[in-house]
Design a binder for this molecule. Sequence first.
Ligand code: GLA
Length: 709
Amino acid sequence: MSSEVWPLPGAIAYGGDYNPEQWPRHVWDEDVTLMREAGVNLVSVGIFSWAKLEIEEGVYDFTWLDELLDLLHGHGIAVDLATPSVSPPAWFFAAYPQARAIDADGVVMGFGSRGMASHASPEYRSAIVQMADQLAERYASHPGVVMWHVHNEYGVPVGEDFSEASVAAWRNWLQHRYQSLENLNAAWGTAFWGQYYRQWDHVVAPARTPTVVNPAMKLDWARFTDDQLRECYRLERDAIRAHATQPITTNFMAHQSWNTDLWKWAQEVDIVSDDHYLWSPDPDAHVALALSADLTRSVAGGRPWILMEHSTSAVNWQGQNIAKRPGEMQRNALTHLGRGADAIMFFQWRASRSGAEKFHSAMLPHAGPSSRVFREVTELGHRLGRLGELQGGRTRAEVAVLYDWESLWAQDLEWRPSDDLAFRERMRTYYERLWRDGIAVDFAHPSADLSGYRLVVAPASYLLTAAAAENLTRYVADGGTLLVSCFAAAVDENDAVHPGGFGVPLQTALGVSVQEYLPMRTGETCQVDFNGHTLTTDVWTEDLTLAGAEVLGHYRGGPADCAPAITRHRHGSGTGWYVSTRLDLAGLTPVFQAAYADAGLTPAGHPEGLEVMRRYVRDEPDTPAVAPTERPRAEHASTEHAPTADADREATGTTEYVIAVNHRPDAATLKVPGTDLFTGELIDGELTLPGGSTAVVRTQEPITHPQPR
Ligand code: GLA
């Protein structure tokens, strides 16, 4: 991202949602003083403020917001100004009760919460455009407003809507997509269970039905919902753009979102931003955090992004809300930064005394500024203040993990061979293998240009179009290494089995297809003999048909006893691997080792639990560092990142930064000569990171002249 687009050039943004309308005026003065103390330089304002801004229809009160923006600006705190469309006021629903969303059971969403409007309601759409227009007209030229924040987390709490307006929009959407009922009948396979349609107005939404709804219809409904939400976003964005030049964003939820296809959403925003919350039951939730950060950067096309929300300590909406322990918030923040975030923001600045989120942590907790949390918030703010030179830095990866929201939607539908095989679980386990091996990854859509990657991993490609399969086949033919997990390429874009059977579109690349899925009973396990290792597996096996692949792993026990389990196939100048079962992290270890060898990759070999990330800043301003797809696949890989840092500098004139996060309780060392940006000290060879700590190292001074080797 060029620094023109970044709202705070040369600085890492730090702050959070700020909801001062919940507090008396004198508290605002304390807020800005403490914000400065904590190093806050950006806050998101107005996300839930509609009722305070439009007090009755068409009657606005901007006085408090005028005063607030001036106060913040006067204290050097920039504003990400939000539109409040996620929370229409009581008067709106009283005037337009038909604008409330309706769920699949026909239940109308009541007032008294947030996010209950129908995305298709003409009254809602008109009201959000007016509100965005008013805000943008008034504040477009306010010097403190550096960016715009549209809505809040599209798709939650309400994504799907079965109101009359939504069903009417759905029929229009289908007419546009299919042109004729004949096409729709063919795509949905309506000959099955006698669902054939002869009139457009007979086509209903997939609401509650006696048993399973047509899956192709449901998949289209997910696409429709996503499109509708994006239409609402565009309406507000364009209303803002008519007045304002600042970048416009909306906050995504990467791996935690369901309703939104972020590959498409990222095309619509000026800067990608994301919210991420740790999932308390997961003891290794920092791995899911890393996944989410890599996914966010990837949908952003590698450009720096904004971590719009995370928590300083506990959230309040999980069964058991586990507080972060000392140092954990900083480790979380640094992982986001190391994976491309140029803004570290929280929900929220000051903890709310009232309402549904009073037990949610904040930058300034109920315990006030002399609390542990505020001390850590201040320390983090000061540390980030020393990292301005990283702003705009890119990451590099030689491995791509395929991620497609359409495949997630499709695999999540009902009546699959096993409920125990899930998209998100496979994605996490495959990602975690790479994370533990210290291999940097990008995520990619299966149709993307993959030619810059040595290894492409497909953990959950249940839905794979013929065109995407061709893309992967070409990738292998051209020398890539492809590693595909079970239940891949089962269906096409209509959730229909590919002609010829399961996995057939990948047969040329993998040398194998699938006769039958052979899932196991819950709790049942069997073995796979692979390269001298005995791997234990569960949940899923397959009966494979070989079409040229060599068999490197056989089942021992289970429904596919003695049959091929793991295969490898040479196609063109590349290699296609197929893993037909649900291996766990340990089981995947030797399989990945073998695939790394094919791809010419070597795991980093860091101590377990030491997370090491790298960012590269181009010496010339405003020129993005070299993106992976621009780099030819090298003949030999070095550890972690090839080529080495020194060679990189010569080749591209970049400065390399190492961001290290020690998740271990004890100290870890890392060979990284350079300057520790937190302490300013020179590191003579080896950096020691105490247990739970973080460090950011500039590996050498920026190069202004070519260096001799
Ligand atoms: C979401 C919302 C915030 C807040 C947090 C709490 O991310 O965007 O308004 O409710 O959750 O974790």
